[in-house]
Design a protein. Structure first.
Length: 79
């Protein structure tokens, strides 16, 4: 499901946690507020580079929200 992707947790030194959210399926206001109260910043994911899908695909084009974290400063994302 490509609705919510945590990127980093809140830190003990006060830095916000970061999470990507799907702008087409945002969390309910009460849910978003719960995350914010607990030190998370919610970022709208950018629109996918490609909106087309192969024939008979059951996947959302929001699969582009998937990423691979290599380190605290390096992510592999859709180009």
């Amino acid at each position: 499901d490509c609705t919510f992707v945590p990127l980093r947790p809140p830190s003990r030194d006060g830095a916000d946690g970061l999470a990507l959210i799907n702008p087409e399926r945002p969390p309910l206001k009460a849910e978003a507020e719960l995350w914010r109260r607990n030190g998370w910043k919610l970022l709208n994911a950018p629109m996918p580079a490609r909106l087309d899908r192969p024939a008979f695909s059951q996947s959302s084009y929001w699969l582009s929200m998937n990423l691979l974290s290599l380190s605290e400063t390096t992510l592999v994302i859709e180009e």
